[in-house]
Write a protein that binds this ligand. Structure first.
Ligand code: AAT
Length: 284
């Protein structure tokens, strides 16, 4: 990419895609795993792009990072130990670390170059990587998780889309390994695509979670710079009686301000589980 409009063309969302007007290319490089691009966009702040796919922009990242973190954390009565898989920009670590009940966070990101680039160009997200609660591991999330048994209360998979190094993070054996890495009543929450362009993928991911976990759920958030302007999360829990849509922890407006929340509230949490009929129908 050189200049003008960057276009996120991909077969995962055939025939329609997002474009960002770019003022400047701030970084362009190739790691062991993927092509890394940082763009100064005209209206959406800086953008991180991996293998041609937008991972986040400064303007709207809070929607995704708050929701993928606080939905599972607030569905758990005492989320002390948390694992983040992926999330090299650090935004999810930033959100998880600020939750008052969280004591320690492991993060396993496969690509050290992504984290280094984000520390330089996206410090507002990368702060998460150096938070005292957070320990960063550079490794493949799949391998990392296979070695953990009954260890975490919550596992968040902030993964890139199912192309390249992230493919295994959507397979049934990955969800199986996550269920074994959880403590009793633990919860997993995985990035799980868009129900407009990737309806089949969303349904398959939900059904995979349902096979492995006694309880499954699906929530979504709005985000203009991801395909279709929405992205969903597949949730699973070892607690068969959980009701994901009813948060067991709620925060007052003052507490939400103190936590610097910009998107998440208890009402938004509940609303995120109200799915359009055509999606609910495919989940049956
Ligand atoms: N916070 C929103 C950004 C992401 S980043 C996804 C991260 O997952 C990337 O940094 C990538 O290097 C990392 N990753 C990919 N595969 C693995 C793996 N096997 N183990 C550990 N980390 C991995 C999500 C963007 C979503 C885009 C939606 N269209």
């Amino acid at each position: 990419f050189k200049k003008g409009w960057f276009t996120e063309r991909n077969e995962l969302w055939p025939g329609m895609c997002i474009s960002l007007e770019v003022d400047q290319v701030l970084y362009e490089g190739k790691s062991k795993f993927q092509e890394i691009l940082v763009l100064q966009t005209k209206t959406q702040g800086k953008a991180l792009v991996l293998d041609g796919i937008i991972q986040c922009t400064e303007n709207d990242e809070f929607s995704y990072q708050e929701m993928i973190s606080f939905i599972p954390l607030c569905s758990h009565p005492n989320p002390k130990k948390v694992l983040i898989v992926g999330g090299g920009d650090g935004g999810v670590a930033r959100e998880v670390a600020k939750h008052p009940l969280v004591e320690s966070v492991d993060q396993v990101e496969i690509d050290n170059d992504v984290m280094e680039v984000c520390k330089k160009f996206l410090p507002g997200m990368a702060v998460g990587l150096s938070h005292p609660k957070v320990t960063v591991h550079v490794a493949d999330g799949f391998k990392f998780i296979a070695e953990k048994k009954q260890f975490y209360d919550v596992i968040i998979t902030d993964s890139s889309d199912p192309v390249g190094p992230a493919v295994p993070l959507f397979q049934q054996n990955y969800f199986q390994l996550m269920s074994e890495a959880l403590k009793p009543n633990g919860i997993v929450c995985s990035q799980a695509g868009t129900f407009w362009s990737s309806r089949k993928f969303v349904t398959e991911t939900y059904k995979t979670v349902k096979k492995v976990f006694p309880a499954a759920g699906y929530a979504f958030t709005t985000i203009p710079t991801y395909p279709d302007g929405v992205i969903g999360f597949a949730l699973g829990s070892l607690n068969p009686d959980i009701s994901f849509k009813d948060p067991v922890q709620t925060f007052s407006d003052e507490e939400l301000d103190r936590l610097n929340m910009k998107y998440y509230t208890s009402d938004v949490h509940r609303a995120a589980f109200a799915l359009p009929k055509f999606i609910n129908d495919t989940f049956r």
